[in-house]
Write a protein that binds this ligand. Sequence first.
Ligand SMILES: Cc1cc2nc3c(=O)[nH]c(=O)nc-3n(C[C@H](O)[C@H](O)[C@H](O)COP(=O)(O)OP(=O)(O)OC[C@H]3O[C@@H](n4cnc5c(N)ncnc54)[C@H](O)[C@@H]3O)c2cc1C
Length: 449
Amino acid sequence: MKYVIIGGDAAGMSAAMQLLKYDKQAEITILESGAIYSYAQCGIPYAISGIVASVDDLVVRSVDTFRDKFGMDAKVYHKVEEVDVKEKIVKGKNTKTGEDFAYHYDKLLVASGAGPFVPNFPGLDLDGVHSLKSIPDTKAIIADLNDGVDDVTIVGGGYISLEMAESFRLLGKRVRLLIRGRQLANIFDDEMAELIEEEAKRQGIDILYEEEIEEIIGDGAITSVRTNKRTYETDLLLIATGVRPNTSFLNGTDVKLAKNGAVHVNEWLETNVTDVYAAGDCAMQYDRVKKTDQYVPLGTHANKQGRLAGMNMAGKNRAFKGITGTSILKFLDITLGKTGLSDREASAAGLAHMSVTIKARNHASYYPDAKPLWVKLTFERDSALLLGGQVIGEAGVDKRIDVLATALFNQMTVEDLEDLDLSYAPPYNSTWDPIQRAARKAVGKLEEA
Ligand SMILES: Cc1cc2nc3c(=O)[nH]c(=O)nc-3n(C[C@H](O)[C@H](O)[C@H](O)COP(=O)(O)OP(=O)(O)OC[C@H]3O[C@@H](n4cnc5c(N)ncnc54)[C@H](O)[C@@H]3O)c2cc1C
């Protein structure tokens, strides 16, 4: 069986390893437009801040490992431009040599990820203007930082902006965030986002709302940005305004794409076209809470979807059970955790819901160094089913958000959550864990309603 995979990172290489495991006769060709395989994009902010010593530490397995150890035909600089799904041929160009290539497949996996979405600001071509997705992007930013950057401007208020604001701040740079809307981190409800804003301000980061870039100014290199409100002198601009799936090579084929270009897949990671699969940032994910396909480009989904796509392609059938939209982020001295829906998202999904918020401590208050922890639960009014959780604090966010994610995945009610047998000792929590205290408040609110 000839397998062709487009994209040599998280989803693609997770699939390739499963093909190798479950199909001993597999002939695997990977077409990667860059030169680097299987690297940890999620670690990029930490390589920039220096917490991770070298960008090279982010490479999990080199292209030579896939070739020499696993016998895969792992190509570099092979940019796919077209797929003929009737003849089962993938075509493209070697960007190094300029030569055309064409490969026949029996089964194809599209794992081409997503690229940064960069609005068409005048002045984008100036030195010092960056987006961030790959190791070359990372090296370009590090090179600029080593060349006298004092002031950094970041466009966007999502998780990459926050992680990078932290990185630049840790390096001692002046940092401002330009946000088009009126809220930072808009996957959170506004009162939770205010906690993030407080932390940003406490750490000397300027947050500027309702500001959009109109022009990037400079002579060869950036010197300032002009927004709809004023002009800021700056040495480096990072544009982090979201991503778009890399699927233009599927335009004109019968493969069903969502509005943003992401590939629709079923639970077996199959597209609507026979023998064409998709996984990762280029694909949609089934959302177990909203009960519909969503686009949530995260590394956790890419690894999982890729692994399962590989198994299914090799005939070891295993379904992808969907996502609940769980994420976690370290932002300076606080951690932000989110799973499922915020109030705003529940309203947008047309779900009759209620919510409770509590401020607790991460562990017993008499045990030294207790830290405040905010927990917000959103739940369905009629069924009492948990719809989502938001947890913010200096410590103990990770375990709470993962308990909530597990509860959500298993469609538990707030009463079920209150009944859970969670661990307890004073250094870790209280007899009633903060999420159970929030659940108890939710049960009370439902009883009163
Ligand atoms: C700075 C940063 C921090 C992140 N932090 C987190 C985090 O903390 N947690 C989390 O869950 N996720 C995080 N993510 C997201 C995570 O990295 C992605 O979801 C994950 O890398 C997606 O994997 P993928 O294999 O689907 O796509 P990618 O990793 O984008 O890989 C796709 C590959 O396909 C190649 N390709 C694209 N087009 C073509 C073509 N036409 N022909 C051939 N090859 C092509 C690309 O060169 C690329 O190597 C972060 C991302 C970034 C950028």
